[in-house]
Write a protein that binds this ligand. Structure first.
Ligand code: GRF
Length: 201
């Protein structure tokens, strides 16, 4: 299973996905960033994974950027496209083009706390639980079918920063695992949602 990963920054999820690739039965065909200074690009280069930078600021519209991004991705002919801290909203044309083979990870227990600043919002609301969700991407932002979640208990000492750190640890466990499920053919998205076939490992 050939995977293209899209990033914008640090790439700690990318690193976890790289580290699990052999055991997980998938290969990273390329890492593409919309920011030239994304640290994740260095992580990819260190692991001999091809990289591309496509700066969204050099395009006149979201559609123009997304169209070029699709061309860059499809040049690697991937089976799966993984968003790992990719901080751009994708147009419906892009999402439809990769329907059923586009994953994202979001730092909340979806469907709660879509969007940004999730750690602070969870604290402000006095929640007792927080976590991360891996989901298929659909046209609705952070709204596609959830595949896997990891939850953590919030303590009275937690800050947005401590939550971010603890959620990241969980993300690094569940994201590579979901990618390996997809690689083994266990994971499908159809019109009714997702299908996780326990028999097909
Ligand atoms: C993670 O919190 C992820 O949930 C969100 O962006 C962050 C990416 O971090 N989508 P990293 O670049 O993988 O370190």
């Amino acid at each position: 299973c050939q995977v293209v990963v899209l990033i914008s920054g640090n790439g700690s999820n990318l690193q976890a996905i790289i580290d699990h690739s052999q055991a997980g039965g998938y290969q990273l065909a390329a890492v593409i960033s919309n920011r030239a200074d994304a640290y994740g690009l260095e992580r990819a280069t260190r692991s001999d994974i091809p990289t591309r930078v496509l700066d969204h600021k050099t395009f006149s519209s979201r559609e123009a950027f997304d169209g070029q991004l699709m061309q860059e991705i499809d040049a690697f002919d991937p089976d799966l496209v993984v968003l790992a801290g990719f901080m751009r909203i994708l147009s419906s044309g892009f999402v439809e083009h990769y329907a059923g083979r586009l994953l994202n990870i979001h730092p909340s227990l979806l469907p709660a706390y879509k969007g940004t600043q999730t750690h602070q919002r969870v604290l402000d609301a006095g929640e007792l639980q927080h976590g991360a969700s891996v989901h298929f991407v659909t046209a609705e932002l952070d709204g596609g079918p959830v595949i896997r979640q990891a939850a953590i208990a919030i303590t009275s000492n937690d800050t947005a920063e401590s939550l971010a750190q603890r959620v990241a640890i969980e993300e690094h466990k569940i994201y590579p695992e979901v990618v390996s499920w997809f690689a083994s053919g266990r994971l499908l998205m159809d019109a009714d949602g997702i299908l996780l076939d326990e028999q097909r490992l």
